[in-house]
Design a protein around this ligand. Structure first.
Ligand SMILES: [Fe+2]
Ligand SMILES: [Fe+2]
Length: 218
């Protein structure tokens, strides 16, 4: 795993369309959502989903704090906690196990990788803080201090991920497109798909990227 190449191509403009270079996988790719058809598209899709889920958490936390929450909002908060512990961790594995090692030979990427890894550890601490807090909230009408703490951690999570995702979208993804050759990008894509339920593809019944799986209370 990891196997970066020492020879790097010079940066080039534009996106590498990996699917065009992967003819043996053509039928598998044809069944996949268009936004999952290459590694960069999968990363972007995960970033957008993270943003949506953290907005959901912030909204649920505020409903708990202002006393309007029902068990739906508490369910959503717990669902986002589970999503962060499952799918966001898998997304970090994509970056730390499949991508960063392949950029490690590129001196221009070293500072960026170090910063992103440090931010991943900060996210882990925030995930743990959220889980600990939600473990103490048993019903929507919870003590005001707990609801206020939930709003606070939800806001800090959102701010941390917003900055991190902005950095990855503007620096990491262009680096991937510019510095990895098409074969390396295809290997990254295969490793990312292998981490998802169903291996090569995604298990749509379980919410694709792993963000679903539970029924919302009515
Ligand atoms: Fe990241
Ligand atoms: Fe990311």
């Amino acid at each position: 795993m990891g196997g970066g190449k020492t020879q790097r191509r010079p940066p080039r403009a534009g996106r590498v369309v990996v699917g065009d270079l992967a003819r043996p996988r053509k039928r598998i790719l044809a069944t996949m959502p268009r936004d999952d058809r290459d590694a960069i598209a999968m990363l972007e899709r995960s970033h957008r989903k993270l943003e949506r889920r953290l907005a959901d958490l912030a909204g649920a936390a505020r409903a708990l704090a202002d006393g309007t929450a029902t068990r739906v909002e508490l369910f959503v908060a717990r669902e986002v906690r589970d999503y962060l512990q499952r799918s966001a961790v898998r997304h970090v594995d994509d970056e730390e196990q499949s991508i960063f090692p392949r950029l490690a030979g590129e001196p221009r990427a070293s500072a960026l990788i170090a910063q992103l890894q440090a931010e991943h550890r900060e996210h882990d601490a925030l995930h743990a803080e959220l889980a600990e807090l939600l473990g103490r909230i048993e019903r929507p009408r919870c003590p005001p201090a707990l609801a206020a703490a939930l709003v606070d951690v939800a806001d800090r999570l959102r701010a941390a991920y917003d900055a991190h995702i902005a950095r990855e979208d503007s620096e990491l993804l262009p680096a991937l497109a510019g510095w990895l050759d098409p074969g390396e990008l295809e290997t990254v894509h295969a490793e990312m798909r292998a981490r998802r339920p169903g291996g090569e593809g995604r298990d749509r019944r379980r919410g694709g990227g792993g963000g679903g799986g539970k029924k919302r209370p009515r």
